[in-house]
Design a protein around this ligand. Sequence first.
Ligand code: MN3
Length: 200
Amino acid sequence: MVHSLPPLPYAFDALEPHIDAQTMQIHHDKHHQAYVDNLNKALAGTDGENKSLEELMANISAYPAAVRNNGGGHYNHSLFWSVLGNNGSQPQGELATAIDEAFGSLDALIEKMNAAGTTRFGSGWAWLLVADGKLQVSSTPNQDNPLMDVAEVKGTPILGIDVWEHAYYLKYQNKRPDYLKAIWSVINWKEVDARYKAAL
Ligand code: MN3
């Protein structure tokens, strides 16, 4: 098998009380595992087996829907686990400056991300991405992401927020805005900063 499930880089209950342990366990061990398994199945015996996830994303329109959905699911969740962590970090240095330049303030960025996540109809993602050296906010449906050649806004995602119901329903039920408000308490800004520097 080409692709494998990355271990969660913290305990299931590490994001409590903002994101509950049961949600994290099901989300990582069941949902993400299923994307990995179905991606491997969809790629088996095709030239896509020899491509990196990033290469698949960049040319995703040439692949079947199963590769788009499950490859996106694998990429998006791998990024998602890494940008979460209850470590009390805040944007610093060049990233903090770039956020202020692009959005006016961190609060304004959060408002824009939450609006992107709230208004995404059905399932999808809200993104902070780097495009042409500048920060932007976007959202995508399903398991699409800004690396895909089909994305409306293309760039390198540095922070993604999952707004599928499976990401919040056990604790927040239908209240997606409450989940979006809470998640900012557990963003790992050190990782977002590292991804920002790498994207430039
Ligand atoms: Mn998910």
